[in-house]
Design a protein around this ligand. Structure first.
Ligand code: UT7
Length: 329
């Protein structure tokens, strides 16, 4: 039984800072080595914003590139969803800054915060709103400036994260291309393993109990790793079943880019051969909600994803949150 998709991706784009931070730069900042970072994570470089550059700046660039790619004018957009954990300000949402910047004055705009799984959550929401006729043209962005919440004195975390944004445009599907299935899940019981404790209402920066480390990402790397491998494997397997696919029907696996070893384990779990697994963690590091749309754009523009190809997207992040999607491009 073939699925008739409700929404399809009709364009994509990225926005990246200019500055590149290499493993060799990090060797000068903390007690680490290029060899350790490459072998334990697969990361070689990551992009970092300059002073004054915000998440919505990267999101705006990604959005404009995606709209151009889709041949859609900003005034046609009726919904902007921005997946991010690093909005420009406490409120309002990064999405409204993008709306202002691109002139999408007829759109509703809001952020979703589902950590590294944010793009998949956003995709599920965009698909559902298009399916019910509530939205026609959705701009879905995943973007982060994780360098703003990274402690560059902590070698356990500072080698991992990078900045960037990716965006896609979705519209109702009139053919076999589009979102075939989505799956999302969370487990708040495990939130302590990966979080930023400060800057919210529990530990506001002016509180006397506040300490500086609360404004940075804190992670129990080894525990997070184990959960990521299990949950991403489960989510990849489940989405194949939900979409009625086998691994042979899938042209490309696009996993969240956090660690090459997690990517390899996920691919192995659903028996995807290495040539069908998209990897760019070496260039960007872990960009949280931006990682999947950055990969989608690169895969489309480099020819790794051809029209009609089926991709499985899968992600895992703090919360914990995890999820997956099957999409025919
Ligand atoms: O985005 C979704 C959520 N995030 C993730 O999915 C990340 C999940 N976790 C990971 O990717 C890995 O756990 C890390 C890359 C963070 C760490 O790799 P690991 O193989 O789990 O290393 P570890 O934490 O077990 O540490 C091994 C050793 C430790 O030294 P000792 O105690 O064995 O002497 C660390 O202190 O490596 C040390 N270490 C480092 N050494 C050099 C930790 N970070 C570094 C570093 N450079 N940057």
């Amino acid at each position: 039984m073939s699925i008739k998709p409700a929404a399809k991706i009709i364009g994509s784009g990225v926005g990246l800072p200019q500055k590149i931070l290499t493993n060799f730069d990090l060797e000068k900042m903390v007690d680490t080595s290029d060899e350790w970072i490459r072998t334990r994570t697969g990361i070689e470089t990551r992009y970092i914003v300059q002073d004054g550059q915000c998440t919505s700046d990267l999101g705006t660039e990604a959005a404009m590139n995606a709209l151009k790619d889709a041949h859609i004018k900003a005034k046609e957009v009726d919904l902007i969803i921005f997946a991010t954990i690093t909005g420009d300000v406490g409120f309002p949402a990064a999405a409204v800054f993008v709306q202002k910047n691109i002139g999408a004055h007829h759109a509703a705009a809001f952020d979703i915060q589902a950590t590294c799984t944010g793009f998949i959550y956003g995709l599920e929401m965009a698909d559902a709103l298009i399916a019910t006729g509530r939205a026609k043209t959705v701009l879905l962005i995943g973007g982060e400036t994780l360098s703003r919440i990274t402690d560059y004195r902590d070698r356990n975390t500072c080698v991992l994260f990078g900045d960037g944004a990716g965006a896609v445009v979705l519209q109702p599907s009139d053919d076999e291309r589009g979102v075939l299935a989505t799956f999302t899940r969370s487990d708040g019981r495990l939130h302590k393993l990966l979080m930023m404790e400060g800057m919210g209402t529990k530990n506001p920066p002016h509180s006397e109990n506040y300490h500086e480390k609360m404004q940075y990402i804190q992670m129990e790397g080894r525990d997070v790793f184990k959960h990521a491998v299990t949950c991403m494997g489960d989510a990849a397997e489940l989405i194949l079943e939900k979409a009625g696919l086998t691994c042979k029907d899938v042209d490309l696996l696009i996993p969240h880019q956090a660690n090459i070893r997690i990517i390899d384990a996920t691919a192995k779990r659903i028996k995807m051969p290495p040539e069908k697994v998209f990897i760019n963690v070496n260039k960007y590091g872990n960009t949280s909600a931006a990682s999947i749309p950055l990969a989608i754009d690169e895969a489309r523009k480099s020819g790794r994803l051809q029209p009609g190809d089926v991709a499985v997207l899968v992600a895992f992040g703090g919360g914990f949150t995890w999820g997956s999607a099957a999409v025919r491009f």
